[in-house]
Design a protein around this ligand. Structure first.
Ligand SMILES: [Zn+2]
Length: 310
């Protein structure tokens, strides 16, 4: 059977026809952020029908249409997504009117990314897996025995917002000390900017052409490879809190695997170097073995694949 995964973002709606865990065809449409629920349903219906026609199959051969949203998705499937103008929008019954015999499912994008790795990627074969996505923020997803754990109201698994220490700036969520204010690409950039503002000597100044707003996480990792002192300080700090955050996860649920994804995971050699040993410093049971730590397999395709696996 075929599955269709829909990755809904603020810029585009990406749809993929999935067979045996492989995306065999895909279509993209610009997101109409002003159109509301009806326009979204219309666009998704169009993409699904096009994929079916283009690939010469029947809609009856499509087992599931799954959607991933960058927002809150309750266990009842109500979607709240500020960027798309959706508030408690019940998209599943709406879409089901157009596809009566196909299962329609919906999930949050960070959870969906975890499911992609669990079903087809780096977490395949494990019972319990936790995914953390280190990007602009830090996203999280928990999978146990093939099921996403999102809590009683569907708003759990916000790993990026566990508070692990006090920090010198507040998180977007309003709290202070969230994991993502230490371990996201944004956190790396902000701390580097802070050290540059303290007039520290660094090659990053040249890399960003003296404009601290141009600093990227990649620049900092590149400078780290050159043993640049500022970059070493930034990455050391980042890795300390990464180990602390992952230590919390191990203490809390002892997963068989932790999967690290997102743009920051491109520097996986630096991330993984000594990480397991560092995590052990924060464990309650220091003698126990901890689960495997792996790097995500999927980059841009996680949204489509994970949605199809809902
Ligand atoms: Zn937060």
């Amino acid at each position: 059977m075929y599955k269709i995964g829909i990755d809904i973002g603020g810029m585009s709606i990406k749809a993929g026809l999935v067979y045996n865990g492989e995306i065999i065809d895909r279509l993209v449409k610009e997101t109409d952020t002003q159109g509301g629920l009806d326009k979204l349903v219309e666009d998704i219906t169009y993409l699904v029908n096009e994929l079916v026609i283009k690939n010469n199959i029947n809609i009856e051969q499509v087992e599931t249409i799954g959607m991933g949203f960058p927002g809150i998705v309750t266990n009842e499937g109500a979607v709240t997504c500020v960027n798309l103008g959706l508030k408690n929008a019940l998209i599943v019954p709406k879409l089901n009117e157009n596809f009566k015999n196909t299962k329609v499912k919906v999930g949050n994008d960070a959870n969906v990314a975890a499911l992609a790795e669990y079903a087809y990627g780096s977490m395949k074969g494990y019972d319990t897996g936790v995914m953390i996505t280190l990007g602009t923020g830090v996203g999280g997803g928990i999978v146990v025995n093939g099921k996403l754990i999102t809590g009683a109201n569907g708003v759990g698994a916000e790993i990026g917002h566990m508070m692990i220490s006090s920090n010198y700036y507040d998180c977007n969520c309003g709290n202070n000390g969230c994991f993502e204010t230490f371990c996201s690409a944004t956190a790396i950039i902000k701390y580097t900017q802070k050290l540059l503002n303290e007039n520290r000597e660094t090659i990053i100044r040249e890399m960003c052409e003296n404009d601290i707003n141009k600093i990227t996480a990649k620049m900092v990792f590149d400078a780290y490879r050159e043993n640049d002192e500022v970059a070493v300080d930034v990455i050391k700090r980042f890795k300390k809190y990464l180990a602390m955050g992952l230590g919390n996860i191990v203490n809390f649920m002892d997963p068989g695997v932790i999967c690290i994804g997102g743009g920051v995971s491109n520097a996986s050699d630096i991330l993984l170097d000594g990480l397991s040993e560092d995590i052990k410093k924060y464990l309650v049971y220091k003698e126990t073995t901890i689960g495997d730590i792996v790097i995500a397999k999927f980059k841009n395709d996680a949204g489509i694949l994970g949605a199809s696996a809902l």
